[in-house]
Design a protein around this ligand. Sequence first.
Ligand SMILES: Nc1ncnc2c1ncn2[C@@H]1O[C@H](COP(=O)(O)OP(=O)(O)OP(=O)(O)O)[C@@H](O)[C@H]1O
Ligand SMILES: [Mg+2]
Length: 164
Amino acid sequence: MNSPTPSLILKSDSEARTLQIGHAIGDAMTAGTLIGLNGTLGAGKTRLTQGIGERLGIEHGQIVSPTFTICVPHEGRIPFLHLDAYRIQSPEEVDELGLDEMLENGVSLIVEWVDLIKTLLPAIDLEIQIEAPAEDSRNLLFYGLTDNGQQMLNALKLKNLEQS
Ligand SMILES: Nc1ncnc2c1ncn2[C@@H]1O[C@H](COP(=O)(O)OP(=O)(O)OP(=O)(O)O)[C@@H](O)[C@H]1O
Ligand SMILES: [Mg+2]
């Protein structure tokens, strides 16, 4: 984790609530944004990505954990690439994706298990750590690491998500 103090912490007590938080992130997202997700198996990284994707115009069911490939491209309001670093075996696999160029061309990236490949990635705008203290309960810790990431967090804070 980059910063010891998250700029925002949101609690989720259901899958639906995590999707709702994802919607708010999707609404705040602009082209060429890199979002990194961390959290153990089953923490909710893919659920959150489904919520983000819904607001980018992607049907919920189309976003699944990439099983046989490490990434899946989606064409939404913003084109975005859903990447799962868990299955990456070598730095070359990341290099071959040409992520810098994609971001420059306005593709946004959402990377699950981002800590595993952090040193191989361009600057991460927004990092989200998902803690799972109990079966349905999740804490989402947000770190805005660039101006873009901080602007997204400001937009999220204005939605008063912590009160709903
Ligand atoms: N508050 C919650 N938010 C999100 N998911 C929840 C919540 N409570 C329970 N769940 C359950 O946790 C699981 C989250 O699965 P998901 O595939 O999103 O995790 P993941 O972090 O992507 O795992 P993986 O590391 O395997 O990719 C789902 O089965 C979901 O129903
Ligand atoms: Mg997943």
